[in-house]
Design a protein around this ligand. Structure first.
Ligand code: ADP
Ligand code: MG
Length: 318
């Protein structure tokens, strides 16, 4: 559907997008995740033909955005970070205007504008001036203009920024709904948002792609390490030694005794293998009593922080 190859964008000496390559397949919801300044907006502006790249290529359905921009652009609906909404127009006037720009057939224009207003649930607002709309409604108008012309791909840059929690939920639901009929790419610096709606996540950091996969794959890929924390009754000195050969992938760490004098051991398996059964059977065989066992999985959040070595709070940015 979309193929980005060796994309680079420099602003003077500053490399905003650094030799980026990836593919977007039809019919999925993709998330560009990365801290501020990672290059998300720059990449989206290039894919949509609003900004020229320094190097590299972008094709949409095999059509180059560079050599055939008109045709390529027609396949994409874009909600930029700051949508150019005309504040002195009413919602309907604005969408009529966009429909004209997008060359929607005159005879169908009225029906198409109504259709996108229905989809984004803004029919009640059609005669309001855009400047009098709340941020949440403005965002919907921005999404409505992106959907006009029924493009295959929808690209939304930080669609939830500045919205209150209720509006965020509504926009998320709307994106999921749109994902049924369109390929969607959205960007966000908030992990929870991307993991809530996207089938596939591309993590950007300093203009580079640092990870790419489904939320599940990312968890696995990133060391996928699953750790179990075991508490054994009493000193159980020999436990670490007994567990040593349990699996080639396992790493056993003896953490010593806790305040009650019970031994703590952690077993981590790099491949993500669940070793709980093996561990408990082996210990039972050796008459060591297990009084606690907890499985800890690396969260996507840990992965994101590791990859972007970013210490800002990204979990709930509100
Ligand atoms: P994101 O959307 O991930 O926050 P951007 O694509 O907006 O990131 O920016 C990537 C980098 O490029 C940042 O370091 C930003 O400061 C820089 N940048 C973006 N736009 C311009 C511009 N017009 N001129 C100079 N530098 C820019
Ligand atoms: Mg941005």
């Amino acid at each position: 559907m979309i193929e980005v190859k060796n994309l680079t964008k420099k602003y003077g000496n500053h490399v905003a997008v650094d030799n980026l390559s990836f593919k977007i397949e039809k019919g999925q919801i993709y998330g560009f995740l990365g801290p501020n300044g990672a290059g998300k907006s720059t990449t989206m502006n290039i894919i949509t033909g609003y900004l020229a790249s320094t190097d590299g290529s972008v094709t949409i359905d095999g059509i180059s955005i560079l050599s055939d921009p008109e045709k390529a652009k027609a396949k994409v609906g874009y909600l930029p970070e700051m949508p150019p909404l005309y504040s002195e127009m009413t919602v309907r006037e604005y969408l009529d205007f966009v429909a004209e720009l997008k060359k929607v057939n005159k005879s169908e224009r009225k029906a198409k504008v109504k259709e996108v207003m229905e989809k984004t649930d803004i029919l009640d607002m059609e005669n309001r001036l855009i400047r009098n709309l709340s941020k949440g409604y403005r965002q919907r108008v921005g999404m409505a203009q992106a959907i006009l012309g029924n493009p295959d791909v929808l690209i939304f840059d930080e669609p939830s920024v500045g919205l209150d929690p209720k509006q965020i939920t509504e926009v998320r639901d709307l994106i999921k709904e749109l994902g049924k009929d369109h390929t969607v790419i959205l960007s966000s610096h908030i992990l929870s948002e991307v993991s809530a709606v996207c089938d596939h996540i591309l993590i950007l950091s300093k203009g580079k792609l640092v990870a790419d996969g489904s939320p599940e794959e990312l968890k696995k890929m990133m060391g996928g390490s699953v750790e179990i924390e075991i508490t054994l009754l009493g000193s159980s000195d020999s436990a670490a030694d007994i567990l040593k050969d349990i699996s080639a992938e396992a790493e056993i760490t003896d953490c010593g005794l806790d305040e009650s004098g019970n031994r703590k051991i952690t077993v981590s398996s790099a491949g993500g293998e669940d070793l709980r059964e093996k561990v408990s059977l082996k210990l039972a065989e050796n008459k060591i009593a297990v009084i606690g066992m907890e499985r800890k999985e690396k969260s996507l959040e840990d992965i994101f922080l590791e990859l972007t070595d970013n210490n800002e709070t990204v979990k709930e940015d509100k």
